[in-house]
Design a protein. Structure first.
Length: 414
Protein backbone atom coordinates (compact mmCIF):
# COMPACT_ATOMS: atom_id res chain seq x y z
CA UNK A 1 0.00 0.00 0.00
CA UNK A 2 2.75 2.44 0.97
CA UNK A 3 4.41 2.09 -2.47
CA UNK A 4 1.21 3.27 -4.15
CA UNK A 5 0.99 6.45 -2.06
CA UNK A 6 2.77 9.59 -3.29
CA UNK A 7 3.05 13.30 -2.48
CA UNK A 8 1.95 14.82 0.81
CA UNK A 9 0.42 11.63 2.29
CA UNK A 10 3.69 9.78 1.78
CA UNK A 11 5.73 12.62 3.33
CA UNK A 12 3.40 12.77 6.33
CA UNK A 13 3.66 9.01 6.85
CA UNK A 14 7.45 8.88 6.70
CA UNK A 15 7.83 11.13 9.76
CA UNK A 16 4.68 10.04 11.62
CA UNK A 17 6.59 7.54 13.84
CA UNK A 18 8.41 10.50 15.42
CA UNK A 19 5.01 11.52 16.83
CA UNK A 20 3.38 8.14 17.40
CA UNK A 21 6.21 6.43 19.32
CA UNK A 22 6.66 9.07 22.06
CA UNK A 23 2.89 9.56 22.24
CA UNK A 24 2.41 5.82 22.83
CA UNK A 25 4.84 6.02 25.74
CA UNK A 26 2.97 8.59 27.81
CA UNK A 27 -0.70 8.20 26.78
CA UNK A 28 -1.22 5.09 28.93
CA UNK A 29 0.14 6.82 32.03
CA UNK A 30 -1.29 10.34 31.58
CA UNK A 31 -4.23 9.87 33.97
CA UNK A 32 -2.16 7.94 36.55
CA UNK A 33 0.49 10.70 36.39
CA UNK A 34 -2.18 13.24 37.35
CA UNK A 35 -3.43 11.05 40.20
CA UNK A 36 0.11 10.67 41.52
CA UNK A 37 0.54 14.46 41.58
CA UNK A 38 -2.59 14.91 43.71
CA UNK A 39 -5.28 15.42 41.06
CA UNK A 40 -8.41 13.39 41.90
CA UNK A 41 -10.73 11.52 39.50
CA UNK A 42 -13.29 14.33 39.30
CA UNK A 43 -10.59 16.94 38.63
CA UNK A 44 -9.24 14.70 35.85
CA UNK A 45 -12.74 14.72 34.36
CA UNK A 46 -12.87 18.54 34.65
CA UNK A 47 -9.48 18.86 32.91
CA UNK A 48 -10.62 16.54 30.10
CA UNK A 49 -13.89 18.43 29.60
CA UNK A 50 -12.18 21.83 29.81
CA UNK A 51 -9.73 20.78 27.12
CA UNK A 52 -12.58 19.58 24.92
CA UNK A 53 -14.48 22.85 25.52
CA UNK A 54 -11.48 24.91 24.34
CA UNK A 55 -11.24 22.58 21.36
CA UNK A 56 -14.70 23.81 20.35
CA UNK A 57 -13.25 27.31 19.93
CA UNK A 58 -10.13 26.07 18.13
CA UNK A 59 -12.27 23.90 15.85
CA UNK A 60 -14.47 26.89 15.05
CA UNK A 61 -11.52 29.00 13.87
CA UNK A 62 -9.56 26.10 12.35
CA UNK A 63 -11.23 26.24 8.93
CA UNK A 64 -10.65 30.00 8.65
CA UNK A 65 -7.02 29.74 9.78
CA UNK A 66 -6.28 26.74 7.56
CA UNK A 67 -7.63 28.57 4.49
CA UNK A 68 -6.07 31.91 5.42
CA UNK A 69 -2.60 30.69 6.43
CA UNK A 70 -2.39 27.71 4.09
CA UNK A 71 -2.31 24.06 5.12
CA UNK A 72 1.45 23.82 5.66
CA UNK A 73 1.93 26.99 7.69
CA UNK A 74 -1.11 26.40 9.93
CA UNK A 75 0.08 22.85 10.52
CA UNK A 76 3.59 23.87 11.59
CA UNK A 77 2.67 26.80 13.86
CA UNK A 78 -0.23 25.18 15.71
CA UNK A 79 1.44 21.79 16.05
CA UNK A 80 4.35 23.55 17.76
CA UNK A 81 1.90 25.34 20.07
CA UNK A 82 -0.47 22.49 20.88
CA UNK A 83 2.09 19.69 21.22
CA UNK A 84 5.60 21.08 21.72
CA UNK A 85 4.51 23.62 24.34
CA UNK A 86 2.00 21.23 25.94
CA UNK A 87 4.52 18.40 26.41
CA UNK A 88 6.92 20.83 28.11
CA UNK A 89 4.19 21.93 30.54
CA UNK A 90 3.25 18.32 31.29
CA UNK A 91 6.92 17.50 31.90
CA UNK A 92 7.18 20.08 34.71
CA UNK A 93 3.61 19.86 36.08
CA UNK A 94 3.17 20.06 39.85
CA UNK A 95 -0.57 20.32 40.47
CA UNK A 96 -4.07 20.70 39.02
CA UNK A 97 -3.39 24.16 37.51
CA UNK A 98 -0.41 23.00 35.47
CA UNK A 99 -2.64 20.38 33.86
CA UNK A 100 -5.34 22.98 33.21
CA UNK A 101 -2.78 25.17 31.39
CA UNK A 102 -1.49 22.20 29.37
CA UNK A 103 -5.06 21.16 28.46
CA UNK A 104 -5.85 24.67 27.17
CA UNK A 105 -2.68 24.82 25.05
CA UNK A 106 -3.12 21.26 23.78
CA UNK A 107 -6.73 22.06 22.82
CA UNK A 108 -5.46 24.08 19.84
CA UNK A 109 -4.50 20.76 18.20
CA UNK A 110 -7.75 21.02 16.22
CA UNK A 111 -6.20 23.62 13.90
CA UNK A 112 -3.31 21.37 12.79
CA UNK A 113 -5.70 18.39 12.71
CA UNK A 114 -7.81 20.10 10.03
CA UNK A 115 -4.69 21.26 8.14
CA UNK A 116 -3.14 17.79 8.33
CA UNK A 117 -6.35 16.13 7.10
CA UNK A 118 -6.46 18.52 4.13
CA UNK A 119 -2.83 17.74 3.28
CA UNK A 120 -3.59 14.02 3.39
CA UNK A 121 -6.70 13.90 1.21
CA UNK A 122 -6.95 16.96 -1.05
CA UNK A 123 -4.51 15.74 -3.73
CA UNK A 124 -5.43 12.08 -3.17
CA UNK A 125 -7.94 10.09 -5.23
CA UNK A 126 -11.09 9.21 -3.21
CA UNK A 127 -10.51 5.49 -3.84
CA UNK A 128 -7.05 5.74 -2.26
CA UNK A 129 -8.15 7.49 0.92
CA UNK A 130 -9.09 4.36 2.86
CA UNK A 131 -5.65 3.03 1.86
CA UNK A 132 -4.01 6.18 3.28
CA UNK A 133 -5.87 5.83 6.58
CA UNK A 134 -5.10 2.10 6.74
CA UNK A 135 -1.35 2.73 6.32
CA UNK A 136 -1.54 5.44 8.98
CA UNK A 137 -3.25 2.90 11.23
CA UNK A 138 -0.38 0.50 10.53
CA UNK A 139 2.16 3.15 11.58
CA UNK A 140 0.16 3.82 14.74
CA UNK A 141 0.11 0.10 15.49
CA UNK A 142 3.88 -0.28 15.08
CA UNK A 143 4.37 2.76 17.31
CA UNK A 144 2.26 1.05 19.97
CA UNK A 145 4.81 -1.78 20.14
CA UNK A 146 7.10 0.66 21.98
CA UNK A 147 4.57 1.20 24.80
CA UNK A 148 6.22 -1.39 27.11
CA UNK A 149 9.29 0.86 27.13
CA UNK A 150 7.13 3.28 29.12
CA UNK A 151 6.37 0.51 31.61
CA UNK A 152 10.08 -0.23 31.99
CA UNK A 153 10.77 3.48 32.62
CA UNK A 154 8.05 3.61 35.29
CA UNK A 155 9.33 0.42 36.89
CA UNK A 156 12.93 1.69 36.90
CA UNK A 157 12.44 5.39 37.76
CA UNK A 158 9.04 5.52 39.44
CA UNK A 159 5.81 6.85 37.92
CA UNK A 160 6.45 10.62 38.19
CA UNK A 161 10.10 10.65 37.07
CA UNK A 162 9.43 8.11 34.32
CA UNK A 163 6.48 10.04 32.86
CA UNK A 164 8.38 13.36 33.07
CA UNK A 165 11.12 11.79 30.95
CA UNK A 166 8.52 10.50 28.47
CA UNK A 167 7.16 14.02 28.03
CA UNK A 168 10.66 15.46 27.46
CA UNK A 169 11.40 12.80 24.85
CA UNK A 170 8.07 13.66 23.22
CA UNK A 171 8.95 17.35 23.08
CA UNK A 172 12.22 16.81 21.22
CA UNK A 173 10.89 14.09 18.90
CA UNK A 174 7.63 15.85 18.00
CA UNK A 175 9.24 19.23 17.45
CA UNK A 176 11.82 17.70 15.10
CA UNK A 177 9.05 15.88 13.26
CA UNK A 178 7.02 19.07 12.70
CA UNK A 179 9.99 20.85 11.13
CA UNK A 180 11.03 17.91 8.91
CA UNK A 181 7.45 17.37 7.70
CA UNK A 182 7.12 21.06 6.86
CA UNK A 183 10.20 20.83 4.63
CA UNK A 184 9.01 17.64 2.92
CA UNK A 185 5.43 18.64 2.04
CA UNK A 186 3.97 21.11 -0.46
CA UNK A 187 0.85 23.25 -0.36
CA UNK A 188 -2.14 21.52 -1.96
CA UNK A 189 -3.88 22.86 -5.09
CA UNK A 190 -7.03 23.55 -3.10
CA UNK A 191 -4.91 25.15 -0.34
CA UNK A 192 -3.32 27.63 -2.77
CA UNK A 193 -6.73 28.49 -4.18
CA UNK A 194 -8.35 28.96 -0.75
CA UNK A 195 -5.44 31.05 0.56
CA UNK A 196 -5.79 33.37 -2.44
CA UNK A 197 -9.54 33.66 -1.95
CA UNK A 198 -9.40 34.11 1.82
CA UNK A 199 -6.78 36.90 1.63
CA UNK A 200 -9.62 39.23 0.61
CA UNK A 201 -12.06 37.88 3.19
CA UNK A 202 -12.56 38.88 6.80
CA UNK A 203 -13.99 36.91 9.70
CA UNK A 204 -17.49 38.23 8.92
CA UNK A 205 -17.41 36.68 5.45
CA UNK A 206 -16.09 33.47 6.97
CA UNK A 207 -18.99 33.36 9.45
CA UNK A 208 -21.38 33.80 6.52
CA UNK A 209 -19.66 30.88 4.76
CA UNK A 210 -20.02 28.80 7.92
CA UNK A 211 -23.77 29.51 8.05
CA UNK A 212 -24.13 28.61 4.38
CA UNK A 213 -22.09 25.43 4.82
CA UNK A 214 -24.12 24.53 7.91
CA UNK A 215 -27.38 24.79 5.95
CA UNK A 216 -25.99 22.53 3.25
CA UNK A 217 -24.95 20.02 5.92
CA UNK A 218 -28.50 19.82 7.26
CA UNK A 219 -29.64 18.61 3.84
CA UNK A 220 -26.88 16.01 3.57
CA UNK A 221 -28.58 13.14 5.39
CA UNK A 222 -25.90 10.49 4.72
CA UNK A 223 -23.22 12.80 6.17
CA UNK A 224 -25.38 13.61 9.21
CA UNK A 225 -25.94 9.92 9.95
CA UNK A 226 -22.28 8.99 9.43
CA UNK A 227 -21.16 11.88 11.58
CA UNK A 228 -23.61 10.92 14.33
CA UNK A 229 -21.93 7.52 14.41
CA UNK A 230 -18.54 9.22 14.49
CA UNK A 231 -19.60 11.43 17.43
CA UNK A 232 -20.75 8.43 19.48
CA UNK A 233 -17.57 6.57 18.56
CA UNK A 234 -15.39 9.44 19.81
CA UNK A 235 -17.50 9.86 22.97
CA UNK A 236 -16.83 6.31 24.13
CA UNK A 237 -13.15 6.54 23.14
CA UNK A 238 -12.78 9.68 25.29
CA UNK A 239 -14.15 7.87 28.33
CA UNK A 240 -12.01 4.81 27.67
CA UNK A 241 -8.78 6.79 27.19
CA UNK A 242 -9.40 8.76 30.40
CA UNK A 243 -10.57 6.05 32.81
CA UNK A 244 -9.47 2.61 31.59
CA UNK A 245 -5.97 2.83 33.13
CA UNK A 246 -7.43 4.09 36.41
CA UNK A 247 -10.03 1.28 36.45
CA UNK A 248 -7.40 -1.40 35.77
CA UNK A 249 -5.17 -0.24 38.63
CA UNK A 250 -7.81 0.78 41.21
CA UNK A 251 -10.68 -1.66 40.59
CA UNK A 252 -8.82 -4.65 39.14
CA UNK A 253 -5.63 -4.04 41.19
CA UNK A 254 -3.21 -4.48 38.28
CA UNK A 255 0.36 -3.20 38.62
CA UNK A 256 1.03 0.25 37.14
CA UNK A 257 4.19 -0.92 35.40
CA UNK A 258 2.31 -3.76 33.67
CA UNK A 259 -0.08 -1.36 31.91
CA UNK A 260 2.44 -0.73 29.12
CA UNK A 261 2.06 -4.38 28.07
CA UNK A 262 -1.56 -3.90 26.94
CA UNK A 263 -0.80 -1.37 24.14
CA UNK A 264 1.89 -3.77 22.92
CA UNK A 265 -0.59 -6.67 22.86
CA UNK A 266 -3.01 -4.41 21.01
CA UNK A 267 -0.32 -3.51 18.48
CA UNK A 268 0.66 -7.14 17.84
CA UNK A 269 -2.99 -8.01 17.21
CA UNK A 270 -3.44 -5.07 14.84
CA UNK A 271 -0.20 -5.88 13.06
CA UNK A 272 -1.40 -9.42 12.39
CA UNK A 273 -4.70 -8.13 10.98
CA UNK A 274 -2.98 -5.47 8.84
CA UNK A 275 -0.61 -7.98 7.28
CA UNK A 276 -2.85 -11.03 6.81
CA UNK A 277 -6.49 -9.84 6.89
CA UNK A 278 -6.97 -6.18 5.87
CA UNK A 279 -5.31 -6.56 2.40
CA UNK A 280 -8.10 -9.02 1.50
CA UNK A 281 -10.82 -6.48 2.27
CA UNK A 282 -12.85 -4.88 -0.53
CA UNK A 283 -13.79 -1.19 -0.61
CA UNK A 284 -17.50 -1.80 -1.24
CA UNK A 285 -17.92 -3.61 2.10
CA UNK A 286 -16.73 -0.70 4.29
CA UNK A 287 -19.92 -0.59 6.37
CA UNK A 288 -19.73 -4.31 7.08
CA UNK A 289 -16.19 -3.91 8.44
CA UNK A 290 -17.29 -0.99 10.64
CA UNK A 291 -20.17 -3.09 12.03
CA UNK A 292 -17.84 -6.01 12.81
CA UNK A 293 -15.41 -3.61 14.49
CA UNK A 294 -18.16 -2.13 16.66
CA UNK A 295 -19.29 -5.65 17.67
CA UNK A 296 -15.77 -6.55 18.81
CA UNK A 297 -15.55 -3.35 20.86
CA UNK A 298 -18.87 -4.10 22.56
CA UNK A 299 -17.69 -7.57 23.60
CA UNK A 300 -14.42 -6.03 24.81
CA UNK A 301 -16.35 -3.63 27.03
CA UNK A 302 -18.41 -6.49 28.48
CA UNK A 303 -15.20 -8.38 29.32
CA UNK A 304 -13.85 -5.34 31.21
CA UNK A 305 -17.11 -4.99 33.13
CA UNK A 306 -17.23 -8.65 34.15
CA UNK A 307 -13.50 -9.09 34.95
CA UNK A 308 -12.57 -10.02 38.51
CA UNK A 309 -9.75 -8.38 40.45
CA UNK A 310 -6.34 -9.40 39.11
CA UNK A 311 -7.81 -11.31 36.13
CA UNK A 312 -5.11 -10.64 33.52
CA UNK A 313 -6.39 -13.25 31.04
CA UNK A 314 -9.79 -11.60 30.60
CA UNK A 315 -8.24 -8.14 30.21
CA UNK A 316 -5.83 -9.48 27.57
CA UNK A 317 -8.78 -10.92 25.59
CA UNK A 318 -10.59 -7.60 26.02
CA UNK A 319 -7.52 -5.73 24.73
CA UNK A 320 -7.27 -8.00 21.66
CA UNK A 321 -10.95 -7.52 20.78
CA UNK A 322 -10.80 -3.76 21.38
CA UNK A 323 -7.73 -3.37 19.16
CA UNK A 324 -9.26 -5.51 16.40
CA UNK A 325 -12.46 -3.47 16.63
CA UNK A 326 -10.59 -0.17 16.42
CA UNK A 327 -8.59 -1.34 13.42
CA UNK A 328 -11.66 -2.56 11.56
CA UNK A 329 -13.77 0.53 12.25
CA UNK A 330 -11.47 3.57 12.44
CA UNK A 331 -9.88 3.80 8.95
CA UNK A 332 -13.13 2.98 7.15
CA UNK A 333 -15.14 5.39 9.29
CA UNK A 334 -12.56 8.18 8.72
CA UNK A 335 -12.46 7.49 4.97
CA UNK A 336 -16.28 7.47 4.75
CA UNK A 337 -16.49 10.87 6.46
CA UNK A 338 -13.73 12.23 4.16
CA UNK A 339 -15.40 10.93 0.98
CA UNK A 340 -18.78 12.58 1.63
CA UNK A 341 -17.14 16.03 1.78
CA UNK A 342 -16.32 18.20 -1.24
CA UNK A 343 -12.66 19.27 -1.52
CA UNK A 344 -13.51 22.94 -2.14
CA UNK A 345 -15.36 23.25 1.18
CA UNK A 346 -13.41 20.61 3.11
CA UNK A 347 -11.74 22.97 5.62
CA UNK A 348 -15.02 24.71 6.54
CA UNK A 349 -17.07 21.51 6.64
CA UNK A 350 -14.40 19.78 8.76
CA UNK A 351 -14.30 22.78 11.08
CA UNK A 352 -18.08 22.80 11.58
CA UNK A 353 -18.19 19.05 12.10
CA UNK A 354 -15.40 19.25 14.67
CA UNK A 355 -17.35 21.93 16.57
CA UNK A 356 -20.45 19.72 16.57
CA UNK A 357 -18.36 16.73 17.62
CA UNK A 358 -16.80 18.57 20.55
CA UNK A 359 -20.11 20.04 21.72
CA UNK A 360 -21.34 16.50 22.18
CA UNK A 361 -18.21 14.84 23.59
CA UNK A 362 -16.85 17.70 25.76
CA UNK A 363 -19.06 16.62 28.73
CA UNK A 364 -17.57 13.09 28.46
CA UNK A 365 -14.79 13.80 30.96
CA UNK A 366 -17.10 15.26 33.62
CA UNK A 367 -19.74 12.57 33.03
CA UNK A 368 -17.05 9.92 33.32
CA UNK A 369 -15.64 11.47 36.50
CA UNK A 370 -18.99 11.83 38.25
CA UNK A 371 -20.20 8.35 37.29
CA UNK A 372 -16.84 6.75 38.15
CA UNK A 373 -17.11 8.16 41.67
CA UNK A 374 -20.62 6.66 42.02
CA UNK A 375 -19.54 3.29 40.59
CA UNK A 376 -16.39 2.65 38.51
CA UNK A 377 -18.36 0.39 36.17
CA UNK A 378 -20.85 3.06 35.03
CA UNK A 379 -18.49 4.80 32.52
CA UNK A 380 -18.02 1.45 30.76
CA UNK A 381 -21.77 0.84 30.73
CA UNK A 382 -22.12 4.23 29.02
CA UNK A 383 -19.52 3.15 26.45
CA UNK A 384 -21.47 -0.03 25.78
CA UNK A 385 -24.70 1.94 25.38
CA UNK A 386 -23.18 4.35 22.84
CA UNK A 387 -21.86 1.42 20.77
CA UNK A 388 -25.34 -0.16 20.67
CA UNK A 389 -26.85 3.13 19.43
CA UNK A 390 -24.03 3.38 16.86
CA UNK A 391 -24.91 -0.06 15.49
CA UNK A 392 -28.55 0.99 15.04
CA UNK A 393 -27.55 4.22 13.25
CA UNK A 394 -25.10 2.30 11.07
CA UNK A 395 -27.94 0.04 9.93
CA UNK A 396 -30.03 3.09 8.93
CA UNK A 397 -27.03 4.66 7.15
CA UNK A 398 -26.29 1.53 5.13
CA UNK A 399 -29.92 1.28 3.98
CA UNK A 400 -30.04 5.00 3.05
CA UNK A 401 -26.81 4.92 1.04
CA UNK A 402 -27.78 1.68 -0.73
CA UNK A 403 -31.15 3.20 -1.63
CA UNK A 404 -29.45 6.33 -3.02
CA UNK A 405 -27.09 4.16 -5.08
CA UNK A 406 -30.06 2.23 -6.51
CA UNK A 407 -31.76 5.51 -7.50
CA UNK A 408 -28.58 6.71 -9.24
CA UNK A 409 -28.29 3.44 -11.19
CA UNK A 410 -31.93 3.67 -12.33
CA UNK A 411 -31.42 7.28 -13.49
CA UNK A 412 -28.30 6.27 -15.44
CA UNK A 413 -30.20 3.39 -17.12
CA UNK A 414 -32.96 5.83 -18.13
Amino acid sequence: MFKQIRGNPRACMVVEPMFIIPYSLFVTYASLYMLELGVNEQQIGIITSLGLAVQIFSSFISGFLTDRMGRKRALLIFDMLSWSVATLIWAVSQNFWFFVAAAIVNAFQKVPHIAWTCLLVEDTEPKQRSMVYTVLQFITVVGGLFAPVGGLMVNKMGLISGVRLMYLISFFSMTSMFIIRHLMTHETTVGIKKRRESSNMNLKHTLFDYVKTGRNLLNNYPLLLIFSIYVLFQFQLTIQNTYLSIYLTEKLTLSKSILGVFPAISSVCMLFLLIFVIPRFREEFNFHYIAIGFSFMMVSCILVLTAKSGNMTQIIFSTILSSAGLLLSTPYLEATVANVMEDDSRANVSSILQVILLLFISPAGIIGGVTYKIDPRIPFLLMLGTMIVSMVLLSFTTKLINRNEDVKKKLINL
